[in-house]
Design a protein around this ligand. Structure first.
Ligand code: AMP
Length: 172
């Protein structure tokens, strides 16, 4: 994991002053790092009977697709409002300034599914908590939650129900 860590780029004051943005484009563009991400994510979930990986727009699409491919699961996008073409369900959630909405196709997940919800970075957890509620409303058998990076000082895990199985490849 040290190799991955060495490829993460810290961008100071992005998107706003005071934020240290963990930029993973420098991980994904490195063939060896990309390969390690795939191997490590697959190792976490290959024996869990996962049928669908839900990736959160947009940075969660990258690791989510790789994970789905590696473990032989399907990929489902959770998207910003108005992007998905068919019948959707939605969840509104509070952001630092105002609210945001996340959507998923109503027929994307069913009662026989075992789901991994994936995003690149866990910060305050608001986005993942909304995605979790959205997917839970479709009543799959089980929902796992995964991140490549967890910013533990922001306490994002507390935004998720205490009994949810959460993993992160790298914790700061
Ligand atoms: P959260 O506060 O956990 O709801 O994070 C919202 C979204 O913004 C997540 O999808 C993260 O990918 C992204 N994000 C938040 N803070 C950071 C950060 N410091 N570095 C990189 N991505 C971030």
């Amino acid at each position: 994991m040290d190799y991955i860590k060495s490829k993460v780029r810290d961008v100071i004051d992005f998107p706003t002053k005071g934020v240290v943005f963990k930029d993973l484009t420098t991980v994904f563009k490195d063939p060896k790092a990309l390969h390690i991400i795939g191997d490590e994510l697959a190792a976490l979930y290959k024996d869990k009977g996962v049928t669908k990986v839900v990736g959160i727009e947009s940075r969660g699409f990258i690791g989510g697709s790789i994970l789905a491919y590696e473990i032989g699961a399907g990929f489902v996008p959770a998207r910003k409002p108005g992007k998905l073409p068919a019948d959707t369900i939605r969840m509104e959630y509070a952001k630092e300034y105002g609210t945001d909405v996340i959507e998923i196709h109503r027929d994307a997940i069913g009662p026989d599914d075992i789901v991994v919800l994936h995003d690149d970075v866990l910060a305050t957890g608001g986005t993942m908590a909304a995605a979790y509620k959205l997917v839970a409303s479709l009543k799959p058998k089980k929902i796992y939650v995964n991140f490549i990076i967890e910013l533990s000082m922001l306490g994002g895990r507390a935004a998720l129900p205490a009994d949810v199985d959460v993993t992160s490849l790298i914790t700061y």
